[in-house]
Design a protein around this ligand. Structure first.
Ligand SMILES: Cc1cc2nc3c(=O)[nH]c(=O)nc-3n(C[C@H](O)[C@H](O)[C@H](O)COP(=O)(O)OP(=O)(O)OC[C@H]3O[C@@H](n4cnc5c(N)ncnc54)[C@H](O)[C@@H]3O)c2cc1C
Length: 306
């Protein structure tokens, strides 16, 4: 048994979510909770669920549009749960808040191959499992042996269970978690050597830097690629590159990225997304599906910290 940390969960009120999302957009979280360890997160989830307090999970905020009016109830942020452990010859066990750059670097330093497609991708392990983050042909679940999750049980509170990939059945850019919260996960990688892993990462990074608006505020791809096509190609072909609503715009560099040119609001981004969807549907008869997670506006704005 480990002794409990002195402050297992930091609790603050009215924390602006704009400071915790890569788009830099979002009003205050009524309660902003940052657990230190997976067990602290599970305990809080039990308590919130029993008390009927609504909650949402926040990783690196790299695929998220947070509402202008803020989030009532609790936002549980995993950013302080960052530990990564080696497990056996090929395994890395990591807590939900381990960052993707941290995991990519750790794997490389240990001479383990398998996480190269995540080079240059921001965010944390829990968010990556929720999104099945990766490339067109690969998602992080391809290397997950088990995810330890909290999930609600009838009557209130929850249970902690280990789920394997087959049980979860993740899909392209969708971890299919169905309300489960990732506490930690075990990844299985392939022994290789550092130089080879680094070379693969560098080739990928070069391609990303050439095609993506890496220095702009964005939240990655806004839409999933439709089967056999690319959302970016369709948006570009519809003439929408550079389309602007308020401070938000379709990137000139990569049409599937929405960027904040300065002062964008969540309302700007939602209007822009809707215009893109309508235009692509009219021009090509394709209904784009959102990859970007959009949290709804609250009925009443949440108060900022006083
Ligand atoms: C410049 C840039 C490049 C990007 N490139 C790529 C790319 O190549 N491939 C790709 O797939 N994505 C890419 N993305 C998107 C993003 O990096 C990934 O989706 C990433 O995995 C999101 O992780 P996060 O921790 O930031 O999740 P968040 O944005 O914080 O959350 C995303 C979703 O996951 C949920 N969630 C968060 N933590 C947990 C948890 N512990 N348990 C359950 N649910 C949870 C949230 O509630 C939310 O629904 C890019 C983003 C940017 C800004």
């Amino acid at each position: 048994m480990t002794s409990p940390a002195p402050f297992p969960v930091s609790v603050r009120r009215g924390v602006p979510l704009a400071e915790h999302t890569t788009l830099g957009i979002g009003g205050p979280a009524e309660l902003f909770l940052e657990p230190q360890r997976p067990e602290d997160l599970a305990e809080r989830l039990d308590a919130l669920d029993r008390d009927g307090v609504p909650f949402r999970l926040l990783g690196g905020g790299a695929n998220l549009l947070a509402p202008d009016g803020g989030v009532p109830g609790a936002v549980l942020a995993t950013g302080r749960m960052r530990r990564v452990f080696r497990e056996g010859e090929r395994g890395l066990r990591a807590w939900a808040g381990a960052t993707l750059p941290q995991l990519v670097r750790t794997a490389r330093e240990l001479g383990l191959s398998g996480l190269e497609p995540l080079v240059g991708v921001p965010g944390q392990l829990g968010g990556a499992l929720a999104m099945n983050a990766g490339s067109a042909q690969w998602g992080i679940w391809d290397v997950v042996v088990e995810a330890v999750v909290w999930r609600p049980v009838p009557g209130g509170g929850g249970e902690v269970v280990a789920l394997d990939r087959a049980t979860v059945a993740p899909r392209y850019r969708d971890g299919n978690l169905r309300g489960a919260v990732v506490l930690e996960a075990l990844l299985e990688l392939t022994p290789s050597d550092r130089a080879r892993v680094r070379a693969a990462e560098e080739a990928l990074l070069k391609r990303k830097n050439a095609t993506q608006p890496v220095s702009a505020s964005s939240a990655g791809c806004a839409f999933r690629n439709p089967p056999g096509d690319s959302a970016g190609r369709l948006i570009d072909a519809a003439g929408l590159k550079g389309l602007r609503v308020g401070g938000a715009a379709v990137s000139e560099r990569h049409a599937n990225f929405v960027v904040d040119l300065g002062g964008a609001t969540a309302a700007d981004v939602r209007t822009l997304l809707a215009r893109v969807e309508e235009t692509v549907a009219e021009r090509f008869g394709v209904r784009l599906e959102r990859e970007l997670v959009v949290w709804p506006e609250p009925e009443r704005p949440v108060a900022a910290a006083g």
